[in-house]
Structure formats: structure tokens, C-alpha cells
Design a binder for this molecule. Structure first.
Ligand SMILES: Nc1ncnc2c1ncn2[C@@H]1O[C@H](COP(=O)(O)OP(=O)(O)OP(=O)(O)O)[C@@H](O)[C@H]1O
Ligand SMILES: [Mg+2]
Length: 249
């Protein structure tokens, strides 16, 4: 489903990603954890074609995305990748229903079909009675569920979420996390979720640990050990822990 090979990325002299290899299967819910500045958001943005790596290959749903023109890449992103950010990023002047429909319109889906899909998603999110509310009339948890519905409207190959529950209280957090697993079970939806939330990470099929621009399925020393089976921690990039000690922060 998603294959990353040797992804590197520097900002000036700061090398943020140092050769990431990663494979994610359809229907998998994968979490990415690691300290602030480890490169998690950078990796997610690159995976989502919102940013370009310096080197490496990104294959999503059989498509080598770096070979696409800018226009085709934007089209691919709209149709195949859903995004959920820490802050919902809904458009304030549109209702919940309209916000959900927007990516469908951008993708050329007709109004009737877009409305049908958005209505179904709202129902799935248990938000039918909030369809006509604007974001400032929704609770934090509701806004985030609308954002998830918006990410799903074009039936994406993968939903990429960057700290999606980072701004929620514990009840809304739990509800949102349950929603991800519901969507996986019912739609076989693939998720890659960057999170600082240990309980969410422990629920996911696999946790990728990032530190200093490298990934591992095993926690580095600086992480709390997690109870994961060998099967769950199968995939990883090359790790050179010794070299981490030489890295400047
Ligand atoms: N556009 C940019 N220009 C320069 N440096 C950047 C840019 N984006 C990120 N960085 C730097 O790259 C490093 C990794 O950033 P990134 O946002 O990927 O970290 P993160 O793991 O998501 O951290 P957090 O948990 O705090 O969100 C940081 O040192 C950051 O300052
Ligand atoms: Mg981040």
C-alpha cells in the first residue's frame, strides 16, 4: 500500500530524515511516535506529498508519486490521501456538511453524489444533527470528527493524521481513537497516525519509533518500552544507533 525507500530531507544544514524505509499494508493502523523535533511531521508531510524529500522513493497505492507532475500530484493527493491535523482546519464560513463535501468538489464529484457521501459520513460519525452547524458551533471532538469525515470523502488509500487528538479532552480523545479502529474494521481504511498519546499508540497495529531522523519498530532507549510482539514489529529502516550518539541535536 505505502512503500518509502531511503527518504532523506534536510532543512539547510539540519538533516531531519536520514534514510527512512517504511512499508505499510492496507487496513493497517500504524502510529509514529518520538520526541519533539524527531521529524515525524516532516515524514508525514512527505508521505502525503505536501513536501518533497531530497532523495528517495514514495509509492502509494502502486503509484510512484515523485514521478507525477505538480498538477497530477495534487490530483493524486486529493483523491488518494486524506489528512487530519491537530487543529481541525475546517473552513469557518462553511457548515459541517459543506466542509466534508469540499474535497469531493475539488475532485470533480457532482453535487448530488458529494452530498450523499457527506451525509453518510456524518451519520457514521453520529453527527447528522450537526450537519448545518458551522465549525464555531461545534465542540472540539465534533470538529475533529468532521475533519475525519472530510478526509474520507474521496475514499482515500490512506489517512495521514498528525496528532489528531492532541487538542482533545480524554473523552473526545477516546471517541476519536475508537472511530479510527471502527473505520479500519468496517472500511479496511489504512491510517498512519503521528501521536504523543501512548494509549493510542498502544492500540495501533504497529508503532514506528522515530528519533533523529531514523525509524525503528523497537523503542529506542529514550522511549518507554512497549509490549509488542515480534510480528507487530516487523518492518523498519536501517538503524544505526551508534551514529545517533554522534548526531548534533
Ligand atoms: N520548513 C522548515 N524549515 C526549517 N526547519 C524545519 C522545517 N520544518 C521542520 N523543521 C525542523 O525539522 C525538525 C523536525 O521537525 P518536525 O516538525 O518534523 O518534528 P516533529 O517530530 O513533528 O516534532 P513535534 O513532535 O514537536 O511535532 C525540527 O528541528 C524542526 O525545527
Ligand atoms: Mg510534529
Amino acid at each position: 500500500m505505502i512503500h518509502l525507500r531511503n527518504i532523506t530531507k534536510s532543512f539547510g544544514s539540519l538533516q531531519v530524515l536520514r534514510g527512512i524505509d517504511l512499508d505499510i499494508n492496507q487496513g493497517e493502523v500504524v502510529s509514529i511516535v518520538g520526541p519533539s523535533g524527531a521529524g515525524k511531521t516532516t515524514l508525514l508531510q512527505i508521505m502525503g506529498t505536501l513536501d518533497q524529500p531530497d532523495t528517495g522513493q514514495i509509492i502509494i497505492d502502486g503509484q510512484d508519486v515523485r514521478k507525477l507532475s505538480r498538477k497530477k500530484m495534487a490530483q493524486f493527493r486529493n483523491r488518494r490521501i486524506g489528512f487530519v491535523f491537530q487543529f481541525h482546519q475546517l473552513l469557518p464560513e462553511f457548515t459541517a456538511l459543506e466542509n466534508i463535501m469540499i474535497p469531493a468538489f475539488i475532485g470533480g464529484v457532482g453535487r448530488k453524489e458529494a452530498q450523499h457521501r457527506a451525509t453518510e459520513l456524518l451519520e457514521f460519525m453520529k453527527l447528522t444533527d450537526r450537519a448545518d452547524h458551522k465549525p464555531n458551533e461545534l465542540s472540539g471532538g465534533e470538529k475533529q470528527r468532521v475533519a475525519v469525515a472530510r478526509a474520507l470523502i474521496n475514499h482515500p488509500a490512506v489517512v495521514l493524521a498528525d496528532e489528531p487528538s492532541g487538542s482533545l479532552d480524554s473523552q473526545n480523545k477516546d471517541e476519536l481513537h475508537r472511530l479510527f479502529f471502527d473505520l479500519r474494521d468496517r472500511l479496511k481504511q489504512t491510517f498512519v497516525i503521528v501521536t504523543h498519546d501512548e494509549s493510542l499508540a498502544s492500540m495501533t497495529d504497529r508503532t514506528i519509533h522515530m528519533v533523529d531522523g531514523l525509524t525503528s519498530s523497537e523503542p529506542f532507549d529514550s522511549f518507554a518500552p512497549k509490549d509488542k510482539t515480534a510480528k507487530e514489529s516487523s518492518i523498519v529502516s536501517s538503524i544505526d544507533i551508534n551514529s545517533l550518539q554522534d548526531e548534533k541535536q
